[in-house]
Design a protein around this ligand. Structure first.
Ligand code: ARG
Length: 565
């Protein structure tokens, strides 16, 4: 349910009734329980416009306010705030219907749009490393979130599979892979070995250069080698996706090479628009107000990263029909995206009304605040990191007797992978992110384990209760009131997180929800003797809706829950 807009509508009605001709600003969630559930702060801003005292305006609004349905109480506070309390009866019926709904009361968009989410995008010449982790996790969450809200999401994995380094790599593959059984377990090492060969062996270097030209001109032998190399590399990435529980498949791959045939058309179209200028033999687009041009074709005819992205933008807008195109890529590429977005709009590759956004994120750092590296200074391979997470997660399972070996394996995976993902999603994505095993695998604080633990704890209440939950939700005290209100905010939170492409708004909400639930549970016993049946049932319902909301929230983040922990 869109809770906030319901309250805004009531305020708007009050404006009309009070004869105030201005658009009311939106209410906000109250920051303290004594301020009610929501607060309206618009009277202060209006006072200048209307030439009236803000408290007087607040009083006019309050007098016209409908307190018979959604709202039960309103009070003027301070210089002219209006504190608003939801009606407990209304909260009760609304949370009951959320509980009866498989979507927990979250609506499906009436006007869904097509959204392309470009994420992960590893380079095939090298092993996937931690730098790709954030793009993969944040991008997958955004895609899940928009899908849940009802948009038509097209996931695009813009893998780097083209460029001069592939000449060297496939020449080396041909040399090493005589019987076609090379598994390329370590791409990083393979790259190093190929490079060493390239530097030391002039014949090999010639061949590598020859192969660059040959793949580009479509030589079938070289293309076959290249295809084999890409298949193996992509296979490694897919292993990581599987471990991570990320929803990317081969069908989502639109590699850089996919756009090759479109690159000359990009140049022609820019030329036809009069947007091209020569600079040092290269074809460039100069943008207004910017000194450095976007180079789209080198002097030797070669194309660049930007050219491919222009072709991709064109394809996504024209062929895929996207109305929002979101690039989940490292913040260091922000200049690149700013430029290609401008060029694409100016050239008409993308219509004006299409939203283009760079969902930038910061760098992953180690505890000491340095870019994340292995002990010997190399890049940390993603697969090793994930395996380590599972090993560490196993150590957090205290009551090992309670599970079979298989259950422990499964549990360790769910906890470990969940911890890595959650820790990444829980910070403002634009900040750099400090990777800290101890913090992410803690049962306390804003961690996935804290959420998973709360979920399992609620399931254990149900196991103990071991009977159907009947009756209705009744809002009997302040904590029940606050918990139910928090649960009804779920859709508002998801909507906001979708607009801002900001998963941490979901984690913050889940953390607040679970913290509130823990307090509620401490003070409002459920199964204890002496609790009246009606109250007990109502509290079981609230616990149920809490657990379902945690599960749905974590599901959007790509994190699983367990019934027992
Ligand atoms: N392969 C690029 C890199 O690793 C990321 C690709 C992002 N997507 C895009 N359309 N440029 O930096």
């Amino acid at each position: 349910m869109k809770l906030k807009s319901q309250i805004n509508d009531i305020i708007k009605d009050a404006f009309d009734k009070a004869g105030i001709k201005h658009e009311p600003m939106s209410v906000s969630e109250a920051t303290k329980p004594e301020f009610g559930d929501y607060q309206f702060n618009g009277a202060m801003a209006l006072s200048k416009k209307l030439g009236k005292n803000p408290r007087e305006i607040a009083q006019n609004i309050l007098d016209a306010l409908d307190l018979t349905g959604v709202l039960a109480k309103a009070e003027i506070a301070g210089p002219g705030f209006i504190n608003l309390w939801l009606n407990p009866l209304w909260i009760a019926t609304q949370s009951q219907s959320a509980l009866d709904d498989a979507r927990l009361g979250v609506g499906v968009r009436e006007n869904p749009i097509k959204v392309v989410v470009d994420y992960s995008g590893p380079n095939m010449a090298k092993q996937m490393h931690v730098g790709h982790l954030r793009s993969t996790i944040i991008g997958d969450t955004l895609a899940n979130l928009l899908t849940f809200l009802g948009d038509e999401v097209i996931r695009q994995n813009h893998i780097g599979d083209w460029g001069t380094q592939f000449g060297m790599l496939i020449a080396y593959l041909e040399m090493k892979d005589e019987d076609g059984s090379l598994s390329l377990k370590d791409l990083e090492q393979f790259y190093k070995d190929a490079k060493a060969q390239f530097d030391a062996n002039a014949d090999f270097a010639d061949k590598a250069r020859e192969y660059v030209v040959k793949i580009q001109s479509g030589d079938s032998h070289c293309l076959k080698l290249w295809q084999r190399f890409i298949d193996i590399s992509l296979g490694h990435c897919e292993e990581v996706y599987k471990k991570l529980g990320v929803n990317l498949t081969r069908d989502d791959v639109r590699a850089e090479s996919f756009y090759n045939a479109r690159l000359p058309k990009v140049i022609d179209a820019l030329d036809a628009k009069g947007m091209l200028a020569q600079s040092d033999g290269a074809q460039c687009v100069f943008l207004e107000g910017e000194e450095i041009p976007v180079i789209v074709q080198k002097g030797d005819g070669g194309y660049l990263y930007a050219t491919t992205d222009l072709a991709a933008l064109w394809y996504r807008a024209e062929v895929l029909g996207a109305k929002r195109i979101s690039y989940v890529v490292d913040a260091r590429q922000s200049e690149h995206f700013k430029q290609v977005f401008k060029v694409a709009k100016e050239a008409g590759f993308v219509a004006e009304d299409v939203t283009l956004e760079h969902i930038a994120f910061g760098t992953m750092m180690d505890k000491g605040g340095k870019p994340f590296k292995t002990r010997d200074g190399g890049t940390v391979k993603l697969i090793d990191l994930l395996d380590e997470a599972v090993v560490k997660a196993r150590a957090t399972i205290h009551d090992k007797e309670a599970y079979s070996q298989e259950e422990i394996d499964e549990l360790a995976k769910i906890i470990g992978i969940g911890a890595v993902k959650y820790a990444d999603l829980a910070i403002n994505r634009e900040s750099n992110y400090i990777f800290n095993w101890d913090k992410m695998l803690s049962f306390e604080g804003n961690t996935s384990l804290y959420m998973q633990y709360a979920y399992a704890r609620i399931q254990s209440i149900f196991r103990k209760h071991n009977a159907p939950i009947e009756g209705d939700i009744i809002i009997g005290d302040v904590l029940e009131h606050r918990l139910a209100t928090m649960l009804l905010r779920f859709e508002d939170v998801l909507e906001r997180a979708a607009v801002d492409a900001s998963p941490h708004q979901i984690t913050t909400y889940l953390y607040d929800l679970v913290t509130l639930f823990m307090r509620f549970y401490e003070q409002n016993p459920i199964l204890k003797e002496g609790v009246e049946l009606e109250t007990k049932m109502s509290r079981l319902h609230l616990a149920d809706l809490t657990a379902k909301t945690i599960k749905q929230g974590l599901d959007i983040l790509g994190i699983k829950v367990v019934d027992k922990l």
